[in-house]
Write a protein that binds this ligand. Structure first.
Ligand code: CA
Length: 229
């Protein structure tokens, strides 16, 4: 498998160096720019797997770049992590609203940055194959064949259970309320025998083990996000 490619747009040489050093050490293929307009062109040309984007830049600023990338079908699916300084909190909110995936506050610990990069890449790859197969540790969910396997062994689940596992696993780390989960099992061609989501989750856990679905007290359930837990 080819290495993941990352474009860094950051005008401070020291920070760009630290980013490049740490990413290359993790086998990422890195391209970078100090300038907003050149950085935008670089991203359009390289079509990287992820962009690390400083907000305060000469020429075009980070938010404008983010907007341009998200408004262009060729680049709209490239995930963006914003690099922000203290005092730019309102820009962070704006950036996330435009479609940036995450942000890292400067000064950052390289370890944390790498963890964020990997988490965003993983989430994005789950999104990309969501239509077909979701893979997590030993669990495989094949949405086309409506099959679930654990450690390559097929697990028999009901249609309701399948819907629930699929819903949760499609957005790892996201908490769903019981109402939201109940909504997702409506409209399938079987009668939901029991409207009590807890009963279904209990049954699912008996089949796939306790490792995947987490109970969030007083709220609902979520599929564990292995990197950020
Ligand atoms: Ca800057």
């Amino acid at each position: 498998m080819p290495n993941n490619t990352i474009v860094i747009v950051e005008d401070e040489p020291d920070i760009q160096d630290i980013l490049r050093y740490n990413l290359e050490r993790e086998s990422f293929e890195v391209s970078s720019s100090f300038d907003g307009a050149i950085g935008l062109k670089l991203i359009q040309q390289k079509q990287p797997d992820l962009v690390l984007l400083d907000l305060m830049l000469p020429g075009i600023d980070g938010l404008e770049i983010c907007r341009a990338l998200k408004n262009d079908v060729r680049t709209s699916s490239i995930p963006i992590i914003m690099l922000t300084a203290k005092g730019e909190e309102s820009d962070i909110v704006l950036g996330l609203g435009i479609g940036a995936d995450d942000y890292v506050l400067k000064p950052f610990r390289p370890k944390e940055l790498i963890a964020r990069v990997k988490a965003v890449l993983r989430r994005n790859s789950i999104k990309a194959i969501r239509k077909d197969i979701i893979l997590r540790d030993f669990l495989e969910i094949d949405t086309k064949k409506h099959k679930i396997s654990l450690d390559k062994q097929e697990i028999k689940v009901t249609a309701t259970e399948f819907k629930l596992i699929h819903k949760l696993a499609s957005s790892p780390g996201q908490v769903f309320s019981r109402e939201q989960l109940l909504d997702c099992v409506h409209g399938i061609d079987v009668v939901v025998v029991d409207r009590n989501i807890d009963v279904h989750i209990r049954s699912i856990r008996k089949k796939i083990g306790e490792d995947y679905i987490e109970t969030i007290r007083g709220v609902g359930y979520r599929f564990k996000d292995s990197d950020l837990s």
